[in-house]
Design a protein around this ligand. Structure first.
Ligand SMILES: C[S@@+](CC[C@H](N)C(=O)[O-])C[C@H]1O[C@@H](n2cnc3c(N)ncnc32)[C@H](O)[C@@H]1O
Length: 228
């Protein structure tokens, strides 16, 4: 098994198994701890940030929500008129996504269980991948972005975990907890290094733009856009 497949298998065990209930709670309106409230607020702000860089009217556009989780971005995209393919490796999160989709949006979202890189998903005008590449090593994230770029006409909006002192502390603290309770490691990356890797891995037409960094308590994530 190569390192991309290994990471994906670990993530499936985590999101569909050990941490599934915690994630479903975070992705709902149910009360959560103070710490998780900051994560929820950060995630809401990041979703709004990523989606703000797409046209307001997405009618007729085909959009991939890559690693859609409980479908929060997919539903927001469909509400703006997009035809959405929402793919995730966790069937249990997908079940929640289907349950929470308002009926008028359901006909515009195809929920698919599987790998975000599956060629059968087809071609897209835009790709959104919120916090779904942050656990992959830089080389694997590049492989994923290059594969998605080959099937995308417009832009890709995604996040990385920025290499910041605050995040480094959180990761060290995280290591104090028992391994079974921990998420698969996040792969923080310096933006300059990421930019160099993009130039080496993607066709020359693709330009990387830094968007907002969202920092809310325990949630720190950097929005990036790749456009053809
Ligand atoms: C932190 S969650 C974010 C979910 C969603 N994007 C959101 O922001 O609410 C990361 C998601 O990516 C999914 N994921 C990770 N690797 C994947 C892959 N290779 N193919 C499809 N889904 C993947 C996980 O199952 C998980 O649901």
């Amino acid at each position: 098994m190569d390192s991309y497949d290994l990471t994906r298998t670990r993530l499936e065990t985590y999101f569909d198994g050990t941490a599934n209930e915690a994630w479903k709670r975070l992705m709902s309106d149910a009360p959560v701890s103070r710490i998780r409230e900051t994560v929820r607020a950060g995630r809401d702000a990041m979703r709004a940030e990523l989606l703000s860089h797409l046209p307001q009217d997405l009618s007729g556009r085909r959009v991939l929500d890559a690693g859609c989780g409980a479908g929060q971005a997919a539903q927001a995209l469909a509400a703006r008129g997009a035809d959405v393919v929402a793919v995730d490796i966790s069937p249990r999160l997908l079940a929640m996504a289907e349950e929470t989709t308002p009926p008028p949006l359901a006909r515009r979202i195809a929920y698919v269980a599987g790998d975000m890189l599956a060629p059968e998903l087809g071609r897209f005008d835009h790709v959104v991948a919120m916090d779904s590449l942050i656990h992959y090593a830089l080389g694997d994230a590049m492989t994923a972005l290059a594969a998605l770029a080959a099937r995308t006409n417009g832009s890709m909006l995604f996040t990385v975990a920025p290499r910041t002192p605050a995040l480094a502390v959180m990761h060290t603290v995280g290591k104090l907890f028992p391994r079974s309770d921990r998420a698969p490691a996040i792969e923080p990356v310096a933006l300059r290094r990421f930019d160099t890797a993009v130039r080496q891995s993607l066709p020359p037409g693709w330009r990387l733009t830094s968007r907002a960094r969202i920092s809310r308590g325990f949630y720190i994530s950097q929005a990036l856009e790749l456009a053809a």
